[in-house]
Design a protein around this ligand. Structure first.
Ligand SMILES: Nc1ncnc2c1ncn2[C@@H]1O[C@H](COP(=O)(O)OP(=O)(O)OP(=O)(O)O)[C@@H](O)[C@H]1O
Ligand SMILES: [Mg+2]
Length: 234
């Protein structure tokens, strides 16, 4: 199955126009990954790519835009799409630290905060808006985990990986605090990544109703902000 990779500023401008709501790159994902027959899986992939690209545009100050790659696997089991969005920007700790000073001292703390719902480093500016809800990374993590896939994020010297759930029941137990998860690993890089990388695996054979799944997550956002750290999908 096809992969695609768009390094350089082309994808930066593409992401910018997606943010304005009319981006051919996001639409082209369907053709590039041959997902035209799987609209729910396509919607999940489009959501994750667009949120991650938006983060690069809004928060990274990357001089070189975003690097995107994705691959669809259909030969072996499980059928899945893996995707990654990387940038060489300022990293999560620096951007988040203006609102959360603790983030500056530790990339591990910074990425943990960034993954929590309701936490945003966004401030008024060219692309950051008051509408930033601190939801993108949380919902992306929910989608990956909920389909039985993995979620990976690295910024500075910290790397966080959430492995695939062991069974359908555990996949739908979602935690606001990523360090409450049971199947995560965290480690430090010897050479820091100067920027941010997020990689996601989405099990395309596990998505029957993306809109319903998405709405369910969205409906739980206020509860998570008010302190409920464990969310169970029913
Ligand atoms: N590529 C990045 N570079 C620098 N900081 C980032 C990057 N991605 C995320 N962050 C930091 O992590 C925070 C949380 O990201 P998340 O996508 O969850 O929320 P948001 O972008 O602030 O709001 P929303 O996604 O709801 O519009 C961001 O506010 C930002 O501080
Ligand atoms: Mg975001």
């Amino acid at each position: 199955m096809p992969s695609f990779i768009f390094p350089n500023s082309t994808s930066f401008h593409t992401a910018k126009s997606f943010f304005e709501g009319h981006d051919p790159f996001i639409r082209d994902i369907s053709a590039l990954l041959h997902l035209d027959q799987e609209p729910d899986a396509l919607a999940a992939v489009q959501y994750c790519v667009s949120e991650l690209l938006r983060n690069v545009i809004e928060h990274s100050s990357s001089p070189d835009g975003a690097f995107v790659c994705a691959h669809r696997y259909t030969k072996g089991s499980p059928h899945r799409v893996t995707l990654a969005v990387a940038d060489c920007g300022i990293g999560i700790a620096e951007y988040l630290s203006e609102n959360y000073p603790d983030a500056l001292g530790s990339d591990r703390i910074a990425i943990g905060l960034a993954m929590r719902p309701g936490i945003t480093g966004a401030r008024p500016g060219l692309y950051g808006t008051p509408e930033n809800a601190g939801a993108g990374l949380f919902i992306t993590r929910c989608i990956a985990k909920g389909t039985g896939g993995y979620f990976f994020i690295s910024s500075g010297d910290a790397v966080y990986r959430l492995r695939r759930g062991l069974n359908p029941e555990s996949q739908v137990e979602l935690y606001a605090d990523p360090y409450d998860e049971t199947r995560y690993d965290i480690w430090e890089l010897r050479s820091s990544w100067m920027g941010t990388v997020v990689s996601v695996e989405i099990r395309t054979d596990q998505i029957a109703d993306f809109q319903g799944f998405f709405s369910w997550i969205r409906n739980h956002l206020p509860q998570r902000v008010s302190g409920e750290s464990r969310i169970r999908f029913t």
